[in-house]
Design a protein around this ligand. Sequence first.
Ligand code: GDP
Ligand code: MG
Ligand code: ZN
Length: 279
Amino acid sequence: MQQQLKRGKIIRIISNLYTVELEDKTLDCHARGKFRKEKITPLVGDFCYVDEENHYILEIEPRKNVLERPTIANMDFALIVTSVKLPNLSLNLLDKTLSLMLINKIEPILCFTKLDLLNEEEQKQIDKIINYYKKCDYQVVKNTELDKIKRLLSGKQIVLTGQTGAGKSTLLNKLSPNLHLKTDEISLALGRGKHTTRHVELFKIEDFFIADTPGFSALEIKEIEKEAIKESFKEFNQYTCPFKNCFHDKEKECRIKEAVLKEEILLSRYQNYLDFINR
Ligand SMILES: Nc1nc2c(ncn2[C@@H]2O[C@H](COP(=O)(O)OP(=O)(O)O)[C@@H](O)[C@H]2O)c(=O)[nH]1
Ligand SMILES: [Mg+2]
Ligand SMILES: [Zn+2]
């Protein structure tokens, strides 16, 4: 008898049980023994083919990218949740995540949170920073712009990253009021982070899938080639330095350094760039 294979997406893995989202339902499956022989580990985010009747995953499609710890495959977007207060704005962490996602071929979206906690003066400073990233063609949203976020994410697989307390779970709950994810206060009471940090799951919200992560501990900028880091600071690429392979560091004549002095390039961007290439 011809097997009826259905294409689906792995949204959750609990020990050796894989939950696969099919067009019309979710199905708990086991993985075929051949994966172990071929040293393939099915991952959350994988597109797969299942034998619906026997609850088996038979094939895994080639991946377009993989992030590690927590491990997740095939992300289209990384929503980098960045609070401007509590915890304080960390442009170093933002720039690092931005570069790492670009290097992993995942399109970053900067999502700023807690703007309501700023006074007028702080608001002005943050606006300057936000406008800089926008000018450089990065996608930028505020966590209050729910419709805009939903429009951007439509049909995609998205990974949420950001510091603890940045507002990731709060944002997910706002995007999907019936999700009821634990936010800070509740998980603190339960002894936060003990069991949850490595677990990764894709939640379906409207017509997109999103994973709430505590960041990627395996993403280390110091292991990445200087060349790739330079490339990922994409607004630097519009300048041509006299020295052909200029790293905009100790070189004498450098258009990037000039642009920083003229405030065309944000000083923090340049400082973080130097920090990353000189690790
Ligand atoms: N004032 C303010 N508080 C926020 C905002 N977003 C989240 N919070 C609060 O920040 C705390 C941490 O949020 P949570 O979503 O748990 O952060 P997570 O660790 O990134 O998932 C909670 O007390 C939220 O209510 C915001 O935009 N403004
Ligand atoms: Mg959370
Ligand atoms: Zn240069």
